[in-house]
Write a protein that binds this ligand. Structure first.
Ligand code: BTN
Length: 243
């Protein structure tokens, strides 16, 4: 894969520009990065605040088998985020402060450090997938957020450019694993970096709130939630709140 990096000082949203490039017929492996965003978008129509100094990058793929790729992508992205964060904080003593949370958040000390927005489109003959990734490196604007700078006494905060380069290298590595070996190794890597099986959690939907314990992932990446009555149900969507 030969990734082409397009850097911008400021953009509304890297994903918006990447989607414009996709619709215009741009080949895959384009990375659009901005050093600040004025209208960054999060999942479920939320705003992603990005005052500058953080990672904001969107990656264009044109998978041959979009359904298989899209199903694995949240987990692939979360694992690469975890590994990129660890790359810059290798000297952390004791248990790692990083954890992935279903399906694709990266937590630092239990608070959100990075998130992923996956969007798809295009005609069947030329579909596109844009993966937008935001990581709080110097600033964590959300109340519940945490930035990598919180670890800065132990390690220097990487530049957004350096973080983006390592992240894309990791994405490339895991995309090759997915192509050769399928979802199983990604699922295993994700489980090894996630909240442990048995963790208490709640799933917040639009109008639902279900509590239970985490029982792993099924082969499709659905979260398995064991309810207080012992029944285990697959969860497809919702915000996960950890105890
Ligand atoms: C989430 O809500 O957890 C996902 C946040 C994704 C934010 C990134 S920043 C780069 C890209 N451009 C956007 O407008 N959003 C994504």
């Amino acid at each position: 894969m030969n990734w082409r990096f397009e850097y911008h000082e400021t953009l509304g949203s890297t994903s918006d520009l990447c989607k414009i490039r996709a619709e215009a017929g741009e080949p895959e492996y384009l990375a659009v990065q901005a050093f600040s965003q004025t209208s960054g978008r999060g999942t479920r129509g939320r705003t992603w605040t990005d005052p500058g100094g953080n990672l904001a990058i969107s990656l264009l793929f044109r998978p041959v088998d979009p359904a298989t790729f899209i199903a694995a992508l949240p987990f692939l992205a979360a694992v690469t985020l975890y590994e990129t964060a660890m790359h810059f904080c290798p000297a952390t003593v004791g248990p790692t402060p990083f954890m992935v949370k279903w399906p694709n958040d990266l937590l630092l000390d239990g608070r959100k450090m990075a998130g992923v927005l996956i969007e798809t489109g295009g005609p069947q003959s030329m579909p596109w997938v844009v993966v937008g990734i935001g990581a709080n490196l110097t600033q964590a604007p959300e109340i519940l957020g945490r930035s990598l700078a919180a670890l800065s006494e132990k390690t220097a905060v990487p530049s957004a450019k350096a973080f983006g380069e390592i992240l894309v290298a990791q994405i490339e590595r895991w995309t090759a694993i997915l192509a050769k070996q399928g979802f199983a190794p990604i699922r295993a890597a994700w489980l090894a970096r996630a909240h442990p099986v048995g963790s208490r959690l709640a799933v917040q939907g639009c109008e639902t709130y279900i509590t239970g314990s985490f029982s792993g992932l099924d082969a499709q990446g659905r979260l398995l939630l064991t309810l207080p009555n012992g029944e285990t149900i697959p969860v497809v969507t919702g915000d996960i709140l950890l105890d």
